[in-house]
Design a binder for this molecule. Structure first.
Ligand code: NAP
Ligand code: F7E
Length: 330
């Protein structure tokens, strides 16, 4: 371990944001530690090939002892808590697991920092989410949800994240810890898991274009999301922890688009002007309760942190479809 380098510990390092963030921190000269869970993690080999500079430490957000050990090993100046059950549909089928990891895991990690006496030196980022808002009629986003908007989560995931958000704020207020939250709206890209709608579509469009499949099965096509690019958002996470004070920040694009709009642009990318013949719907991909609309107002992050997203909605769709065409074409 280098004595001089700044050290960062990322939970959820094998996930979408974890990969982007590890790369960004490494480029900035950080020594990067990443949490790896499970006795035989299926992503380990590929991860080590892509990120040979990340020191992997074995731990699980549900195991307090392992987190204490991870914090002692990494002695981090910054912790980015990205680890979670992050799929909303899965959280309905696994609500208790979601509570244990996505909610209580945050408490376990905050306690690990406090118990090991690292509270004064370690800055802590909590991955909060727009899923805490809910998009219901009485609480529509108007010009965009802000850091002070009302919360009304609509899934076990959203409820777990709301607990995580408040326990993070509570540790800031109770123990004077540098704990910040980023309330991030949907962000996607080439590292997005195939279980999320944008990547499912970009992957299917590429496969249809290459003749590997003839249609894609989706759920509800009407919900609207404020979709940005993950690379822009992890830069925002880092900026949040460099700010002089711990605080809460919305990261969003300020635009909202339906899944139908995503489909239109994605199919146009391969020269198909009408996506309807290629899309079927199945209630299996619908949720017991839906968030109809999400739209964020990133003014605070733009003004105070100077954060700005670089990739717009058409650019995001293009980037994802082109990536999947390259991967599937090989
Ligand atoms: P992701 O790709 O689903 O990654 C989730 C990560 O959590 C994976 O590395 C996973 O590890 C890890 N994890 C799961 N259970 C764990 C456990 N028990 N102990 C330790 N790690 C565990 O998620 P993402 O899109 O990168 O999102 C990162 C964070 O931001 C998440 O907390 C998510 O809820 C939040 N968020 C995401 C968005 C978005 O649009 N992407 C928006 C707002 C907030 P394995 O590889 O071992 O499964
Ligand atoms: O769904 C609809 C689905 O799973 C988006 C996570 O990163 O962002 C993400 O949560 C919309 C929903 O993302 C399918 O019902 C239709 O309305 O891609 P998603 P999400 O639920 O918005 C938030 C901000 C997070 O914090 C989460 O961690 O698309 N939809 N058909 C579908 N969704 C999926 N997954 N699959 C379908 O076939």
């Amino acid at each position: 371990m280098s004595e001089d380098a700044r050290r960062a510990l990322i939970t959820g390092v094998t996930g979408q944001d974890g990969g982007h963030l590890a790369e960004l921190l490494h480029d900035q000269g950080y020594e990067v530690f990443g949490l790896l869970r499970g006795q035989r993690n299926a992503r380990k080999e590929a991860f080590e090939r892509e990120f040979p500079y990340v020191h992997l430490v074995e731990a699980d957000l549900t195991d307090q002892t392992s987190l204490i050990q991870a914090v002692i090993t990494a002695e981090p100046h910054e912790i980015y808590n990205l680890g979670a059950i992050s799929h909303v549909g899965y959280s309905f089928r696994n609500p208790q697991l979601t509570a244990d990891i996505t909610a209580k895991g945050v408490l376990n990690l905050l306690e690990a920092v406090r118990i090991t006496g690292m509270a004064e030196r370690t800055r802590f980022y909590q991955a909060s989410t727009s899923e805490m808002f809910g998009g219901l009629d009485y609480n529509r986003p108007g010009n965009g949800y802000t850091e002070d908007s009302l919360f009304h989560p609509r899934s076990p995931y959203g409820v777990a994240k709301l607990y995580a958000h408040w326990i993070a704020r509570n540790y800031r207020e109770s123990y004077g810890m540098f704990v910040s939250t980023g309330i991030l709206f949907n962000h996607e890209g080439e590292r997005r898991g195939l279980e999320f709608v944008t990547r499912k579509i970009s992957n299917a469009v590429a496969a249809i274009h290459l003749g590997h499949q003839d249609h894609v099965v989706l759920g509800d096509l009407h919900p609207k999301r404020d979709w940005g690019y993950a690379g822009d958002y992890v830069r925002g996470m880092w900026q949040i922890l460099q700010h002089s004070e711990p605080d809460d920040f919305v990261l969003a694009t300020g635009e909202t688009h339906s899944i139908e709009e995503f489909l239109t642009l994605a199919f146009q990318e391969v020269g198909i002007s009408d996506w309807r013949p290629y899309v079927r719907q199945d209630p299996a991909f619908m949720r017991p309760a839906e968030v109809d609309i999400l739209l964020g107002d990133p003014t605070k992050a733009e003004t105070i942190l100077g954060w700005k997203r670089e990739v717009d909605f058409p650019g995001l769709v293009k980037l994802m479809v082109q990536h999947d065409l390259r991967v599937l074409g090989q």
